[in-house]
Ligand binder design. Structure first.
Ligand code: NDP
Length: 620
């Protein structure tokens, strides 16, 4: 690989300690502290602690960005319906067009393309996966990301760019939420019901509704009584705050006392702008996030221009390989995601290559644990270096393994606590005590607020129908929620027995590459294009996974040891079933291909190009 393929600005080493140097960390003491902190946070109600945004909270999920335009209901027929106009629908639509498959309609709840990037316009929103790999189809569109990590408006624009490039506006339905999908066996068609009164017939349906789609609220006693302004981060109320998603100051907050509940990846990005603009900011924290270095910088046009055709595919596989423990000659992305893997590899090479130790699973686990302890120690030291008040710094330190929760990367978040008007209200793992008409109670103290921002995340681990906002009724009236009551059952995460001509576009039970979601989606789009191409070419009326293939895939998926489910060192969160013991259901829902993302991408590429489509039945 030539040096010119990596951005020269990434050459400087990040904050690493070379593997094999003297190790001052007391690993046993750390283990003990991690367990203590985890035990504080374990709750018997797990996922049930959260509330759905329904009833009096339904307004929290209304579209604040686009006015809904009246139209007549549709009852026509399309060959393919794509549900979701986020990166799933965009990547799938692009791949279908590339394969010459044209008769499809995208149906999207928002008023434009973009999915999470349509909805999430909170100040400071950005993607902390490097844009060179996160933004899909960069070579096809010719777009040069402005920065290594780009802000939400650029990502939103890129979605629209893909739509323009691949003519996806043709036949799209915006501001249209699917309310039910129903299979009609006699007609061999799906009926797509929507909140606009549509009953559209579709021969094939692909669902790309995203893994984190439905905002959730914390079930804090008294939550319904708050009388001030409140909104979820996924529907930012700029009318109330002033400012813009592009970063203009929220001037209407200068006389406001603002509270924010949650300190996850979203809060970490919007707390800086809130600290800057609000008169006072109260951050209610249950568990601190781990905040690693970001090192953002511009993407140099000259560097970008000399990349050779095929570069993005190379970068994608390089990132996926390095991020999931594989070996490569060079680290093209070189960031916090690949750093931890790099440390593990260096340790293994040191042990096996230089010290002559046999490579065993124990050696690998030890290398992982030592690297993680080192990494998290640095992350905690960084808090001390950046936060002026030592007491606040103590409270902002994460005590768990880096991948127990979504790792965060930010160069301004921690400094926000140096603003005189910003107050960290730590709840010692217990969460907010209660809410009343005028504010929030923690530890017997009342915090009066004008505005409360819910940075409380999105549903994960609840029933599929509830999470994606509609039920899918397959053959013999069986719903997808019923079929998956004891865990997801699919072939390759995409095909479901009993649900002919239905395709799930996602990452579960497939590559499960959480560090770069869009890579899963472009690959899924390629697979779908091949399967549909074959069905259309052979005149098949139905395509369906066999029951046997589905069972075999479930057996393979449950043999995976890659998930963090049930790890005793892990603090609760949606990565680990809120800390509840993980059984077969959680393993089916949370695991991917046992040999990892790169192996899955290689496997699925062979499968879709073999022309045999093993495990699928094509019926005329
Ligand atoms: P999260 O689910 O990660 O965070 C929710 C937060 O709310 C947590 O800090 C949680 O605490 C807190 N919380 C919940 N209940 C209470 C309570 N009763 N009292 C106090 N605090 C409470 O949601 P986010 O929106 O932050 O992130 C969701 C996902 O979105 C991320 O994991 C990531 O995948 C994605 N994302 C990606 C970004 C990117 O850069 N690509 C940026 C932003 C989000 P606790 O931790 O204790 O449960």
């Amino acid at each position: 690989m030539s040096g010119a393929e990596r951005d020269p600005k990434d050459q400087e080493p990040q904050m690493t300690t070379p593997a094999g140097t003297a190790d001052p960390i007391d690993h046993e003491a750390l283990r003990e502290r991690y367990r203590e902190e985890r035990d504080k946070r374990i709750r018997p109600d797990g996922n049930d602690q959260y509330l759905e945004p329904v009833g009096q909270f339904a307004y929290l999920v209304e579209d604040p960005y686009t006015e809904v335009v009246e139209r007549d209901p549709l009852s026509d027929e399309v060959e393919i319906a794509l549900i979701g106009g986020g990166f799933s629908g965009l990547c799938t639509g692009a791949r279908l067009r590339q394969a010459g498959i044209d008769n499809f309609r995208i149906i999207e709840g928002g008023g434009d393309f973009g999915g999470v990037w349509y909805w999430n316009r909170y100040p400071g929103a950005m993607c902390d996966t490097a844009a060179m790999v996160y933004l899909p189809l960069l070579e096809e569109t010719g777009h040069r990301p402005s920065m290594k990590y780009v802000f939400a408006p650029e990502i939103f624009e890129h979605g629209k760019r893909i739509a323009d490039q691949f003519d996806l506006h043709r036949d799209v339905l915006f501001s249209t939420q699917v309310t039910k999908l129903e299979w009609n066996e006699d007609a061999s068609r799906w009926i797509v019901h929507t909140n606009r009164g549509d009953a559209i017939r579709a021969k094939f349906v692909a669902m790309g509704t995203g893994p984190l789609h439905r905002p959730k609220l914390p079930g804090i006693p008294g939550i319904e009584s708050f009388a001030g302004q409140s909104f979820h981060t996924a529907r930012w109320d700029y009318d109330y705050t002033g400012g813009t998603p592009e970063g203009a100051p929220m001037e209407k907050l200068k006389d406001k006392r603002v509270g924010i509940i949650g300190t996850g990846a979203t809060a970490v990005q919007c707390i800086g702008p809130l600290a800057r603009d609000a008169k006072e900011l109260f951050v209610f924290q249950r568990t601190p996030s781990s905040i690693d270095v970001r090192n953002n910088h511009e993407i140099d046009p000259a560097f970008f221009a000399q990349l050779e055709p095929g570069w993005q595919e190379k970068w994608l596989f390089n990132f996926a390989t390095l991020q999931t423990g594989g070996f490569a000659d060079e680290d093209l992305v070189k960031d916090g995601w690949t750093d931890i893997s790099q440390r593990i590899r260096d340790r293994i090479v040191q042990k096996v290559g230089k010290e002559g130790v046999n490579f065993t699973n124990e050696v690998a686990v030890q290398a992982y644990e030592d690297s993680d302890d080192e990494k998290m120690t640095e992350i905690r030291e960084r808090v001390d270096a950046l936060v002026e008040d030592p007491e606040t710094a103590q409270l902002l330190k994460p005590w768990y393994r880096q991948l127990c929760k979504r790792p965060c990367f930010h160069d301004e978040y921690l400094q926000a606590y140096n603003e005189p008007g910003t107050h960290l209200i730590d709840t010692d793992g217990k969460g907010v005590e209660r809410i009343d008409e005028t504010g929030v109670w923690v530890g017997g103290q009342h915090y009066e607020l004008d505005c409360l921002v819910w940075a409380s995340g999105f549903e994960f681990g609840t029933d599929y129908g509830r999470r994606c906002g509609y039920e899918t009724v397959g053959r013999n009236g069986l719903t997808l929620s019923e079929h998956w009551a004891d865990g997801m059952l699919t072939l390759h995460g995409m095909h479901v027995h009993g649900f002919p001509n239905l395709f799930i576009i996602g990452m579960s039970q497939a590559a499960n590459l959480i560090s770069n979601i869009t890579h899963n989606l472009t690959e899924a789009g390629s697979t779908l294009a091949k399967v549909l191409g074959h069905a259309i070419e052979t005149g098949a009326e139905q395509v369906e996974a066999s029951e046997e293939a589905e069972q075999e895939w479930a057996a393979l998926i449950t043999s995976s040891t890659r998930a963090f489910l049930g790890n005793p060192d892990c603090t609760p969160g949606y990565y680990n079933n809120e800390g509840k013991p993980a059984g077969r259901r959680e393993q089916l829902n949370g695991s991917g291909y046992p040999e990892g993302p790169v192996a899955f991408f290689e496997f699925i590429d062979k499968w879709r190009n073999s022309g045999r489509f093993e495990g699928l039945e094509f019926r005329k």
